[in-house]
Design a protein around this ligand. Structure first.
Ligand code: LLP
Length: 420
């Protein structure tokens, strides 16, 4: 019997020291992914930028790591932008997204010189023009286009299809009208276009298809109205490994496909290859994280199933109940022991759908054992809630055998903080 060691740290000791549930993030893993991005994308292709999609996992410490590693940051709200500002993140490396940015958020972005705003619809153009003129600034924008590509992923995290709340459809006149309008705005500098086709994507054909469509658009806009596309943001969406999924692919699987297609299509259509931005989120942090829980009630229904309840659940990981996401887990204090049965891991919320894992193979277990759910680094902490007034877990960062607390566990007082 041995304990699960995660990047040099004994997870059972971490559970004792900080309590459970506990998010544990590996800085070493994150730094490694950032290095891969530098070596296989930024240094391989000039005129490029990589921004981290901070919605996947954001804390001040995460923003500091991304800043130090030389990446930019994608934000989609005033709150994410505020977090970046709090650590003096270079604002020229920030890309501001959102399908319904509030006037206050747009003002915050312009006032603080955010590098690029990705405009989702024409209404936003007027708001930006107004605010930019008030501050006497010229704002760089890209248009978000929905390229009409169906990525092979869960429909709730597909975003590039025509029937989507995001972006301006590619296949009608809307995008031409928008480009013409932006070209006439005194305080707006339209740099180019953006698409994001979805998330947890394990193939590269959808990207190839979307790039082809976009270069065709660039060519048509150049010929029809003399608009030259200077920037092209190809979004994120690169998949990782959860349970029984394919392995996480190297970055180059996606970015080489994108860049090679782009170079070829630009040559074919005689348009200049624009500055390229990528926006991975999950791919950088997903496998960097695990969540530690303490096992409590074990309920055996003979001939049916065994429910093993843990001290967290859909409040710290809503993905299984939202997307039927599959996770894998190990018993951290019995690591390496032979599995003897299948159990269903349930959360503690007052909700039948609060199941983290169906049919997990485990060794002999008992209350007090520590369960480590794997690949919880993306869209867990960032999507956590206080349902049932359950406080959010602490977050610990580990690196080369050392651990440090980066977010304190919430208290009941924290939950009541704003109540009058
Ligand atoms: N860029 C844009 C414009 C996006 O909307 C997103 C994700 C990304 C980049 C980063 O995508 P990633 O590389 O992380 O796949 N909550 C869902 C995922 C929602 C993703 C929303 N947009 C989940 O837990 O699977």
């Amino acid at each position: 019997m041995s304990n699960l060691i995660f990047y040099g740290c004994d997870t059972v000791e971490l559970a004792k020291k900080y309590g459970t549930p506990l998010y544990v993030m590996s800085e070493d893993y994150i730094v490694d992914r950032c290095r891969e991005i530098r070596e296989d994308f930024l240094e391989k292709y000039d005129n490029t930028m990589a921004v981290y999609a901070s919605k996947a996992f954001l804390t001040k410490e995460m923003a500091r790591i991304i800043k130090r590693e030389g990446l930019g940051m994608d934000v989609v709200s005033g709150g994410e932008l505020y977090t970046a500002m709090e650590v003096d993140f270079p604002m020229d490396r920030v890309v501001f997204h959102g399908n319904n940015k509030l006037v206050d958020e747009i003002e915050m972005a312009i006032k603080n010189n955010v590098g690029r705003i990705v405009v989702d619809n024409i209404r936003e153009l007027d708001i930006i023009e107004d605010i930019a003129s008030k501050y006497g600034k010229r704002v760089n924008i890209l248009f978000r286009v929905s390229p009409g590509v169906d990525a092979h992923t869960h429909k709730y995290i597909q975003t590039g299809q025509v029937d989507s709340k995001f972006g301006i459809p590619l296949d009608d006149d809307a995008i031409r009208t928008a480009v013409k309008k932006a070209m006439n705005c005194k305080h707006i500098d339209l740099k180019g276009f953006h698409f994001h086709i979805g998330s947890q994507i394990h193939e590269n054909e959808s990207y190839i298809l979307a790039v082809r469509k976009m270069v065709e658009l660039m060519k048509e806009l150049k010929e029809d109205i003399g608009f030259i596309t200077k920037e092209f943001n190809t979004g994120g969406g690169y998949g990782i490994q959860y349970k029984g999924d394919e392995n996480r692919k190297n970055l180059a699987f996606y970015t080489d496909a994108i860049m090679n297609t782009l170079e070829d299509e630009c040559n074919r259509h005689s348009v200049q290859r624009p500055f390229v931005i990528i926006e991975p989120g999950r791919w950088i942090v997903g496998e960097a994280g695990i969540t530690l829980y303490t096992i409590g009630t074990i309920k055996e229904i003979p001939g049916t199933r065994t429910y093993v309840s843990v001290d967290g659940g859909m409040t710290d990981n809503p993905r299984p109940s939202l997307y039927q996401a599959k996770y894998d887990a190990v018993v951290a204090n019995k690591y390496g022991e032979e599995p003897v049965k299948k159990v269903t891991v349930a959360g503690k919320c007052c909700e039948s759908g609060d199941i983290l894992i169906w049919d997990l193979e485990v060794p002999e277990i008992e209350p007090g054992d520590i369960l480590a759910v794997l690949s919880t680094g993306a869209y867990n902490y960032s999507m956590a809630s206080n349902y049932n007034r359950i406080p959010k877990p602490a977050v610990v960062m580990v690196s080369r055998g050392k651990d440090r607390l980066i977010v304190k566990r919430e208290t009941y007082e924290d939950i009541l903080r704003n109540e009058l």
